[in-house]
Ligand binder design. Structure first.
Ligand code: SF4
Ligand code: FE
Length: 497
């Protein structure tokens, strides 16, 4: 079963015994829970589109491990073209779901772990890469959704993992056995964890030798003994529990989610361990995963942006202001910002290069520039969408009021815009904008744009490292005809004083 259908995916999730808490209760059936289900539908779209001949080229690829056709979300990129297709696929899915479709964290983790384990083995003679290749064959064969889990709770940020007062604030090995390890700790903000078959856990920062027990990478099933999740609340989430509030949801079908994933002494067999104490490779793994995920944002956020721009344009039509020049200009600005993000996603992909393991990696500097722009532009795009939509997007009565026998006609009369459109259409579009700007999808489109794949400062550190300022200085010196020998002489003289 190399390519699951949407239905097979949903059934496969039903078979797992995932433990997830929400509102202080253990959820019996996460698959059909009204708050969780829209996020499952988003992941299901990654399966559905893989069967659509129109999108086959973007959604599927040929595995370098087996020669079989696989979902691109399970693929190890084999060329710069693969990297470009990845971004295009993410834009497509953003357009289809208007939310986070969650499966990218696994794809980005696969590619980072694949290349890093190869280099660990080269230095230490370990066999992590071989184990990981076997794991990837299973992932591809079963078409799994895997949650790439990186972010630890971190406690006091000024202290390293081993210096924390509570030693569990970074995931760590608490026991080493002949057949495997036992791990304890948690991963925070885990996108799509409840909808994933497996979790692929990586360290979250570069580490020193004393952090040995924390330099650990492994994979476990999402229903492994000792693993449980605590679901994150989203703004307006309980609207999903209300009756007759379909329109109020703005996006009834799709959504995303994050959860705290707790590892309460989870056993990991040897064949699922891909790093175990090699602290000097922790930083490499983090940078590579982050790099791929920063590329990803140049696709997914752009797709969601497309829907938001479309909704803003429709709101303008419905408000009767589509011909106003300042509205046209605002829509142009939104498109300009959105396409700039896309350009960055495509650029860091086109400039991709092979790793020592053979899979392709993005251009790190451009991927970080991409994500740095994502920390800003969606905010401006949302601001413009709210400007065009008008205040009604946050002051409109509920669907129940619109459907009420007495006040319904009054709502209908007073909330009508251009007579070309039914009031209900206007209501639907304004609620959709609300959903992306302030509601459940805003988690993915706004705050995640800031903090997902690393907060803005993380990209600035990488930009400063990759920016090659010395080379730029040399360029300027040459053009200004500054003799390098004279600088060396002055430096030598100064050091003698
Ligand atoms: Fe994919 Fe974007 Fe969600 Fe990350 S934020 S998992 S890249 S859709
Ligand atoms: Fe993300």
């Amino acid at each position: 079963m190399a390519l699951m259908t949407k239905e097979q995916y949903i059934e496969s999730m039903r078979k797992l015994n995932i433990k997830v808490y929400m509102f202080g209760e253990l959820i019996e059936n996460p698959v059909d829970h009204p708050i969780i289900r829209p996020s499952l539908n988003s992941v299901a779209m990654t399966y559905e589109l893989a069967h659509d001949p129109e999108y086959e080229d973007l959604m599927t690829a040929t595995s370098n491990l087996t020669g079989e056709k696989v979902n691109r979300f399970c693929h190890l990129h084999q060329s710069a073209e693969d990297l470009v297709k990845k971004v295009k696929m993410q834009r497509l899915l953003g357009q289809k779901t208007a939310s986070c479709f969650q499966r990218c964290v696994g794809m980005d983790a696969f590619n980072a772990v694949y290349s890093t384990t190869y280099e660990v083995d080269k230095k230490y003679g370990t066999n992590y890469h071989e184990r990981f290749v076997e794991y990837m064959k299973l992932v591809q064969k079963n078409d799994w959704t895997v949650d790439g889990a990186m972010t630890d709770p971190k406690g006091d940020r000024s202290l390293s993992p081993s210096q924390q007062e509570d030693p569990d604030l970074y995931v760590r090995v608490v026991e080493r056995r002949p057949d495997g390890i036992v791990v304890r700790g948690a991963k925070a903000h885990q996108t799509g964890s409840v909808n994933s078959h497996e979790h692929l856990v990586m360290p979250t920062i570069a580490m020193r030798p004393e952090d040995k027990d924390y330099a650990v990478c492994f994979a476990v099933p999402s229903d492994a003994e000792g693993l449980f999740m605590i679901y994150g609340r989203q703004s307006c989430d309980t609207r999903k529990l209300e009756e007759d509030a379909d329109i109020d949801l703005g996006n009834k079908m799709f959504g995303g989610h994050e959860a705290l994933v707790v590892f309460d002494d989870v056993f990991v067999p040897n064949e699922r361990i891909f790093l175990n104490g090699e602290t000097d490779f922790s930083g490499m793994l983090v940078e590579r995963f982050a790099g791929y995920h920063r590329q990803s944002y140049g696709g997914c956020k752009v797709g969601v942006g497309d829907v938001l721009i479309g909704a803003a344009a429709l709101a303008a039509d419905m408000n009767g202001v589509a011909r106003a020049s300042h509205i046209k200009d605002k829509l142009i600005e939104m498109i300009h910002l959105n396409e700039t993000l896309y350009s960055c996603g495509i650029a860091c992909s086109s400039e991709g290069h092979p790793t020592l393991a053979g899979n392709y990696e993005i251009d790190m500097l451009l991927a970080n520039v991409c994500k740095q722009n994502v920390t800003r532009f969606p905010y401006e795009i949302v601001r413009l969408a709210e400007d065009i939509a008008g205040g009604l997007m946050v002051t409109m009565p509920s669907e129940k009021d619109f459907k009420h026998p007495e006040i319904g006609p009054i709502c209908e009369k007073y909330f009508r815009g251009s007579s070309k459109y039914p009031t209900e259409h206007r209501m639907r579009i304004l609620r959709l904008i609300e959903n992306m700007a302030l509601g459940t999808a805003a988690v993915g489109y706004r705050t995640e744009s800031l903090h997902g794949a690393g907060s803005p400062q993380a990209q600035r550190i990488m930009i400063s490292r990759q920016g090659n300022l010395e080379h730029k200085k040399e360029l300027a010196r040459k053009i200004a005809r500054i003799d390098e020998a004279s600088i060396a002489e002055r430096e030598a003289a100064a050091s003698k004083k």
